[in-house]
Design a binder for this molecule. Structure first.
Ligand code: GTP
Ligand code: SPV
Ligand code: MN
Length: 597
């Protein structure tokens, strides 16, 4: 069969034809971004059971999708950086040579779209035409992917016009193929500006504009072109005087970015007049502007958020956001065709259909005696940012927003205090490079295990992390007004494992201190690891912690930190001579300060 596909862009036409000859779809359909096409696709996905319609009165425009049982999170062990040289992928990435990778994936992709349609999705990461933005085209045989991409990115004819006759684009090929975990590969070819994903239907593996393009490929491009692509939320904090300060925050997967990005000020602080404006919840692209400051955009146009734990206490703005035009994945279906998850509002339903499609009742146990969850712990929703009551008015601005502070956050039951500030940019880069966090359900692996996760980018850096650290250090030197760098931990726990800090909206109390530091309004205590707040400088109005809890939250245990240094050393050592000397200097300086006390 001959495939015909025609746009103004010859490179695109040629590539689509080549990929069709490999995947052998029954037809090729270009996604134009128009509503009537989307409606037709929804109808088709409904009729083939890929999605289920939810209650049109209570959840208008919302759908439920259930994935395969072993396709519920990113599979990092099947994710590869395929640079020509192994060294360019670095010791923290899985590597495959481009030849081997293409050959292996070809086997899975050959004829994989037989009897299916290949959809061609032109998309823009970032506002069309902004100097920050990048164009991609995703080919996929999944309507679920098409519908999600239309929420998460800017899709359609306008992108093709921007692409014109000869603009560059990232070539993204996806086939769900047989959804077989043994025939699954997520491959990145930074030198070819190409991504191939086969055998999965899970968000981070298949919405190729997200982690694959906007982090792995973009981090590679960012180094080449002198900017940063980061796993960071982006939020505006409107201060009592009406001025809005912007902060970016890098937290590993399922460690609180989405929740922080749209928090509602707690009563005690609200009276001061604080208000939050959400720019992004997962990815930031940052460039140095002519004013010597760091400016950032969120390249996405939707949230792909964690469902469990989302309720009107923890995240009222998200509860509002996901009431319409939202695609739910792997949550529980209630008899009235609304949805539920562990930690949702209201009563636990007396029954429903769980994320695997089975009849579910609270307290049901599996063969091993474990309680069966209604929703998968990594169940998610895809929802437009435009739905969000606190969406920033600067989302479409081509220049982005100026970043006053960068906070790195980890999930650590012990060790890391509630907040501390770096002495300077270089020290901040060390703090970020030495960051560690407990594993969550967002990736397949052992939940709770502490692993080193520099800048929350361990699974997302598209090149050698030693070079990435150097790039961060260089960026600092180029800025006349670099953001201040902080580290936070909302998850420090007591002896019984209970969180010491209430988190969520209350986190604004910490952000207030962060901004006061940026604006030189507050002094701080110098400790071996960085500056921490004087207890009296955190506004605790309306919040009553157990006595001693705040002290415990800010406690720095030198002995435990010296122990931590061993793990940092082991991590740094794998980069061998590649690791920037500045990071070893910071390491030694920290060791000295800890021993001196
Ligand atoms: P990804 O989308 O995977 O990148 O995750 P994320 O960093 O956006 O995490 P998210 O905000 O979705 O939070 C993940 C989980 O952490 C949810 O179950 C939240 O309820 C919980 N969480 C978020 N913020 C806090 C907090 O301040 N304190 C506590 N204890 N839990 C939190
Ligand atoms: C994450 O895991 O960090 C996510 C979800 O934001 S995914 O898109 O699957 O990567
Ligand atoms: Mn994420």
């Amino acid at each position: 069969m001959e495939y015909s596909f025609h746009t103004e862009n010859q490179k695109l036409n040629q590539w689509v034809r080549q990929m069709s000859l490999l995947c052998r779809p029954k037809e090729i359909v270009l996604i134009d971004g128009e509503v009537h096409q989307r409606k037709a696709l929804e109808k088709e996905a409904l009729s083939c059971g890929e999605i289920t319609q939810l209650n049109p009165e209570k959840l208008p425009g919302c759908f439920l999708h259930r994935s395969a049982k072993d396709d519920v999170a990113r599979t990092e062990h099947l994710t590869f950086i395929c640079s020509k040289k192994k060294h360019d992928a670095g010791p923290t990435n899985n590597w495959m040579s481009p030849e081997t990778a293409y050959a292996r994936a070809r086997k899975f992709l050959k004829g994989a779209m037989k009897d299916r349609t290949m959809y061609v999705i032109p998309f823009s990461m970032g506002p069309l035409g902004s100097p920050f933005s990048k164009i991609g085209v995703e080919l996929t045989d999944s309507i679920y992917v098409v519908l999600n991409m239309q929420v998460m990115t800017r899709v359609g004819d306008a992108v093709l016009r921007q692409l014109g006759k000869d603009a560059e684009f990232t070539k993204c090929l996806h086939s769900k193929s047989q959804l077989d975990i043994n025939k699954r590969l997520i491959l990145h070819f930074p030198e070819d500006n190409t991504i191939w994903s086969v055998g999965s239907g899970y968000g981070g593996n298949v919405l190729l504009g997200k982690k694959c393009l906007s982090l792995r490929i973009a981090s590679y491009l960012g180094r080449r072109e002198g900017w940063l692509a980061e796993h960071m939320l982006l939020m505006g904090i409107e201060e009592p005087d009406g001025h809005i300060e912007y902060i970016a925050g890098a937290f590993p997967s399922a460690c609180g970015k989405t929740n922080l990005a749209m928090l509602i000020p707690p009563a005690g602080l609200k009276r001061k007049g604080y208000r939050i404006w959400t720019v992004g919840d997962d990815i930031s692209w940052m460039r140095i502007d002519s004013d010597g400051a760091l400016w950032a955009i969120n390249p996405e146009s939707g949230f792909f958020g964690v469902a469990p734990g989302t309720n009107s206490k923890t995240n009222p703005n998200m509860v509002e956001t996901i009431k319409k035009n939202t695609i739910y994945t792997n949550v529980l279906l209630k008899p009235d065709k609304t949805v539920w998850w562990e930690g949702a509002d209201g009563e636990v339903p007396s029954q429903g259909i769980d994320w695997q499609g089975h009849l579910w009742k609270p307290g049901m146990k599996d063969a091993e005696g474990n309680v069966i969850k209604g929703a998968h712990p990594n169940s998610r929703f895809t929802t437009p940012i435009a739905n969000c009551p606190c969406a920033s008015f600067r989302l479409e601005q081509h220049h982005g927003v100026p970043v006053s502070a960068i906070i790195f956050g980890a999930r650590r039951a012990h060790l890391a205090p509630l907040v501390y500030e770096a002495f300077n940019w270089q020290h901040g880069v060390f703090i970020a490079a030495a960051m560690a966090s407990e594993l969550t359900a967002a990736q397949v692996g052992k939940i709770g295990q502490v692993r080193r996760d520099p800048m929350a980018m361990l699974p997302f850096c598209g090149y050698n992390m030693a070079d990435y650290f150097r790039h961060w250090l260089e960026m600092g030197k180029k800025m006349a007004r670099p953001p201040r760098i902080f580290h936070v931990n909302w998850f420090r726990s007591d002896e019984s494992g209970n969180f010491l800090w209430p988190g969520y909206g209350e986190n604004l109390r910490v952000l207030e201190w962060v901004l006061d530091r940026c604006n030189k309004k507050k002094e701080a205590l110098k400790t071996p690891i960085g500056f921490i707040p004087n207890l009296s400088d955190l506004d605790m109005t309306g919040l009553h912690l157990r006595s001693g809890a705040l002290e415990k939250l800010l406690e720095i245990d030198n002995k435990a930190w010296l122990e931590e240094l061993k793990s940092i050393k082991g991590f740094f050592k794998q980069f061998d001579k590649g690791l920037p000397a500045e990071l070893w200097q910071e390491y030694e300086a920290l060791e000295e300060r800890l021993k001196a006390e």
